[in-house]
Design a binder for this molecule. Structure first.
Ligand code: SAH
Length: 220
């Protein structure tokens, strides 16, 4: 279809743009180069689907900026077959990028309106992410522990329940890691956390960022 061809060209340009902005992991760039972001945005924003910008997806939520998605993914560095938990499914775009990298993706969304739209879309596009409607602050215990957790909404602190669902280190295998924006509503600091032991964690603060708020309790 001509339309697809047009989008493909724009998508390639977005990949070049991300590369220029410092994203260097070729696996991440290849994944961004494959996910049809135009399928994850509202019709009204179709023309802006491959701009490096966050866009509204309804219910006061946004699909994250591609740079942010690439940055979080590059930092998390998911390997093939690793179990990754995402908090905040939103449009499903980030989950699709993780699937393209071969991760086993589990994703939780607290807003019914978004969940009911996104879960079928991911299936339709053949992304095998496991989706759940619920409060992501509780993680997803049934599938824990995780090699990685990616939180795509900003909260004041790192939920302890999520820390506990990270894999413990074993022998020479390092423990699970998490990438999460931490801070008040208007600005957060992207934070990388590693599990070092039962109740031992290390964290590194990275770039400033701005996400929609991480809220507990579901909304129907
Ligand atoms: N990863 C998404 C970004 C969506 S914005 C994407 O690629 O499009 C963040 C999302 O987090 C919103 O959909 C919001 O409803 C959701 N969210 C906020 N707090 C949450 C919580 N406690 N549990 C699950 N989802 C949450």
């Amino acid at each position: 279809m001509t339309e697809d061809w047009k989008f493909e060209r724009r998508r390639n340009r977005l990949v070049d743009d991300l590369r220029e902005k410092g994203i260097s992991d070729e696996r991440v760039l290849a994944a961004v180069g494959r996910v049809p972001r135009h399928r994850f945005v509202e019709q009204a924003f179709l023309g802006r689907a491959y701009n490096d910008e966050a866009l509204p997806i309804g219910l006061k939520q946004t699909i994250s900026q591609p740079y942010t998605v690439a940055y979080q993914t590059q930092t998390l560095a998911p390997k093939r077959d690793e179990r990754i938990l995402e908090i905040g499914t939103g449009s499903g775009y980030q989950a699709a990028v993780l699937c393209e990298m071969g991760a086993k993706v589990y994703t939780v969304e607290r807003m019914r309106g978004l969940f009911d739209k996104t879960a079928p879309l991911l299936r339709q596009l053949r992304y095998k992410a496991s989706t759940r409607f619920g409060d992501g602050m509780q993680g997803w215990e049934a599938h824990a522990p995780y090699d990685g957790i990616i939180v795509t909404a900003g909260g004041i602190e790192i939920p302890d329940t999520l820390l506990q669902q990270l894999k413990m280190p074993e022998g020479t295998t390092p423990g699970g890691r998490m990438i999460i924006p931490v801070g008040p509503r208007h600005e957060q600091i992207m934070t990388y956390v590693m599990r070092l032991g039962e109740n031992q964690f290390d964290s590194v603060e990275m770039e400033a960022c701005r996400f929609v708020p991480l809220l507990s309790r579901t909304q129907s």
